[in-house]
Write a protein that binds this ligand. Sequence first.
Ligand SMILES: NC(=O)c1ccc[n+]([C@@H]2O[C@H](COP(=O)([O-])OP(=O)(O)OC[C@H]3O[C@@H](n4cnc5c(N)ncnc54)[C@H](OP(=O)(O)O)[C@@H]3O)[C@@H](O)[C@H]2O)c1
Length: 332
Amino acid sequence: MRLYLTGGTGLVGSNIIRLARRRGDIDIIASQYGPEPEWEVDYQLDPLDMSDVDAVRASMLRYRPDVVIHCAAMLDHVYMTANRSIAWRATVEGNLAFARGCAEVGARYIFVSSDWVFDGQEPLVTEESPPNPVNFYGFMKAVCERDIMAVPGLSYGIGRMAGIYGLNYAIPELLMKDNHLGFPITNYIIDRLSQGLIAEVWTGPKVNDMAHASLASDGAEMLLRLAEHDGKGIFHCWGSEAATRLQLAHHVADVFDFDHALIVPVPTDPNVLEHFRHVRIPFRTVANSEQTYRLLGRRTLNVVDGLRAFKQELEAFRTPTPNPSPIKRAGL
Ligand SMILES: NC(=O)c1ccc[n+]([C@@H]2O[C@H](COP(=O)([O-])OP(=O)(O)OC[C@H]3O[C@@H](n4cnc5c(N)ncnc54)[C@H](OP(=O)(O)O)[C@@H]3O)[C@@H](O)[C@H]2O)c1
């Protein structure tokens, strides 16, 4: 399979590359947006800004992939909300260019979307639930999903993810995310607790209090399955169990054997509330994703199993090897 991947330097994309390289039967072309990697890679790099729709089409025509997985995204919500035209060009127009380019060359198109297409108020969502985004990012993702569905003749899968944590294999170290109003706080909690430092868990106002946290490698496995599947539609590729931020923090302490007393629920930092004043945050998203598991023949990990798998990944990554290249250290 000839795979064209965007966002290969990101959390999810780097895990897809890792998985695809291990498979051995996948020919990878990865778009490259930022600086060139500091180490040699054994797959093709294609310098590309997804905002440049002509360049996107040209890449599709040049490489003629069997499948495209579009992981790249802007994720700075404050920046996107303040710079909507720039974000729209990159997200919505970029997506449409990929979708149309895929239809033109007969490639299957996998778009990575988000649980933030939902408002976080419904008791339970499924793949069929209507989106109701509450912020600009979620709105753009929902528009992208509808745009894809309207491209004639396109084979597509929309893989939604949520609260992603894990190792970014494209950078030399674990990507330590900061504390956040959104749900990707697992890396932050592990980082703090592993150093014996207090991990403040904001309990509100204005937090994404509950979601299906997703281990990046687990989501990558689902997205690769989706790439090789022929079903059209929306697939929930996030972790199989929802938890609140506080429950998640205590699961981390259990699995990693950290001190629970270091987990401190506190009101949301007023400076952060001020910074995010124009961005609304979905509150609690809980999903039934049985349809996805049935169609893709695989269930994603629950919270504890995801954390256990992550612990193993971290231990493997940190085991000293004579070769300092992150790709080699990741066991690739
Ligand atoms: N993180 C989450 O919790 C979460 C939750 C739900 C859904 N998602 C979705 O999951 C996908 C992957 O997220 P992630 O956490 O892996 O993201 P990430 O780690 O922030 O990586 C984003 C990637 O996008 C690339 N990129 C940014 N702007 C670009 C542009 N103009 N042209 C081409 N590439 C560009 C970045 O390249 P550089 O490294 O060179 O900047 C990077 O490779 C995204 O679609 C995101 O919306 C994420």
